[in-house]
Each structure stands twice: as C-alpha cells, then as structure tokens.
Write a protein that binds this ligand. Structure first.
Ligand code: C2E
Ligand code: CA
Ligand code: CA
Ligand code: CA
Length: 281
C-alpha cells in the first residue's frame, strides 16, 4: 500500500510537471502568435427575436497553430491571462474588430445602430493606459464609439470599483456601451449595479442550458430579466440553442438572443453572408 502511495505521488508530480511545461510551451507559442498571424476573429450574431433582425455581434478570438491546429479559447485564454499577454492580445482584438467594423459600415454591410461586442478581461481593463489606448484605436480605425459594446465580467468589480467607474464614465461619454458578461456567475453583490453605468446584462449560458425543464434555472432567468427591467437595463440571453429555450425567453419578454439556435460564431466571410441572407428575406 505504501509503494502504491509513492507511485501516486510520483504520478501526480509528473502530471504537475507536465502541466507546467505545457503551460510554458503554450505561453511561448502564444507570445508570437500575433506577429505570426495565427489569431483570427469570429463573430456571433445577436438577434432581436421579435423581428429576426441582427442587433449586434460578439467578437470571439480563435487560434490556429500551424502544427497544433485549432486550440480552444478555454485552453489558451487562461494562459494569456496568467502571463499578462491578454493585455496585448486584447488590444489586438479590439483593433481588428474596429478595422472590420469600419469596413462593414463603409460597405453598408453594417449599420451604426448595430453593435459589436468586445470582451475585455479585468487585467486589460485595469491597464493604466486602457482609456487612452481605446480612444487611440477608435481614432486610427475610424470606428464609431456608439457601435462598440464592451463586455466586462463581475470579476472586475471585486476591487477598485471607483477606478472602474471612472474609466467607464470616460468611455461612455464617447458613446461606448457596457455589458456585464456571464451575469450572476461571479462572486459579487448586486449593490454595484446601482453605481455602475452599465447598459446590458448578459444572462450566462449555464442558466439557459436546462430551460425549460429545470425550475431553478427558470427562477434565476426570470429574476435576472426582472432586475434588468426594473433597473432599465437591456438584457440578452446567451447560449440559446433550442426552440423551447427561445419560446420560454419570448414568454418572459427577453427578446435579445445569442446562441447556436440562430447562429454559431462565424468567420468573416460567412458572417457577411449571414447578414446579407437576412437582408434579402
Ligand atoms: P464568453 O464571452 O461567455 O463567450 C461565449 C461563448 O459561448 C463562446 O465560446 C461561444 O462560442 C459560446 N457559445 C455561443 N453560443 C452558444 C450556444 O448556443 N451553445 C454553446 N454551448 N456555446 C455557445 P468561445 O468562443 O469558446 O469563448 C470562450 C470564452 O473565451 C468566452 O466566453 C470569453 O470569456 C473568452 N474569450 C473569447 N474571445 C475572447 C477575447 O477576444 N477576449 C477575451 N478577453 N476573452 C475572450
Ligand atoms: Ca462575452
Ligand atoms: Ca458570456
Ligand atoms: Ca462564459
């Protein structure tokens, strides 16, 4: 039994070492993925279910490594975060989104009433140069601030909330909107909602998944929709995959929908095709 215990320790240590090495290797590969053009963006449409129109799209990053192939964001985003690379990559995502947004507006593909949602991690938001860098990118790309919706998470609100509010007010004065991503999953109190200049609550897909069968999920989603209504915020449901989920959300007047039911995240060409197909209907 003692031998077995020792084996387990060795196994565990190997596993840990392997993990550490994998992480370091991954970090090394990620370090020049930008310059080697291995990242690209996909866009997931957000739909108003009352008339099937496109109200916006969320930008999501993808990584295609020449030999590893597609690596999922669930795997590499945490490494970008722990290494601090998320700041640089986050600005890259922001800039690329703005370049595309400008093009689409010029081409008439997109209209300035439609939003582009961009994820900003707490580390990037807390970068002392965050506000200036965003303003610079908007100026250089010609992307209008009123089309930009920055998705933040509750993790950002745990400390230095005053600083967060100051930055949000600066960006909001330009016309940028703010959404709280994965609303209700973070460890934070609701009291911040009174102080925070946010526009949208995004209902996390973990609450949508078991609808309409799970009573607790139903209660949580109804509550979030009601909070949004009372605070005069918009509300969008994420991870909507089925007609049943859509029907439930319609029945409680939650009409902004993002999820596979309408579309998976799409590469640029397919996204433009999706937009044009909707127009020709
Ligand atoms: P998120 O911001 O909550 O993004 C939504 C995730 O749900 C995306 O996963 C999307 O592909 C997936 N999704 C959308 N609709 C459905 C659906 O109907 N069913 C299911 N099962 N999934 C759906 P993805 O693209 O793998 O991204 C995972 C996470 O990685 C994101 O979660 C976000 O936290 C992070 N991420 C992705 N791109 C960026 C980025 O550019 N910057 C930062 N900071 N984080 C990013
Ligand atoms: Ca998001
Ligand atoms: Ca989310
Ligand atoms: Ca999420």
């Amino acid at each position: 039994a003692k031998e077995q215990g020792k084996d387990r320790v060795v196994l565990f240590e190997n596993f840990m070492a392997e993990n550490v090495i994998q992480r370091i290797q991954l970090e090394e590969l990620l370090r020049d993925a930008i310059t080697k053009n291995e990242f690209f963006l996909v866009f997931q449409p957000q739909i108003d279910s009352t008339n099937n129109s496109i109200i916006g799209a969320e930008t999501l990053i993808r990584w295609n490594h020449p030999s590893k192939g597609r690596v999922s964001p669930a795997q590499f985003i945490p490494v970008l975060e722990s290494s601090g690379l998320i700041i640089k990559v986050g600005y890259w995502v922001f800039e690329q989104s703005c370049i595309l947004l400008s093009q689409w507006l010029k081409q008439g593909t997109w209209s300035d009433t439609q939003l582009i949602g961009i994820n900003v991690s707490p580390q990037q938001f807390n970068d002392p140069n965050f506000v200036e860098t965003i303003i610079e990118i908007l100026q250089q790309t010609g992307a209008p601030a009123r089309c930009i919706d920055i998705e933040i998470t509750e993790g950002l609100l745990i400390d230095n909330i005053e600083d967060v509010i100051t930055k949000m007010i600066q960006l909001k004065s330009l016309g940028i909107r703010f959404s709280i991503d994965d609303f209700g999953t973070g460890y934070s109190s609701l009291s911040y909602l009174k102080k925070l200049p946010v526009d949208v609550l995004k209902i996390d897909q973990s609450f949508i998944r078991d609808i309409p069968n799970d009573e607790q999920s139903i209660a949580i989603v109804e509550t979030i929709v009601s909070i949004a209504q009372h605070l005069k915020l918009k509300c969008i449901a994420e991870g909507v995959e089925t007609k049943e989920q859509l029907d439930f959300l319609t029945s409680i007047n939650c009409n902004r929908i993002q999820g596979y039911f309408f579309s998976k995240p799409l590469e640029v060409d397919d996204f433009i095709k999706f937009i044009n197909d909707k127009k020709s209907v």
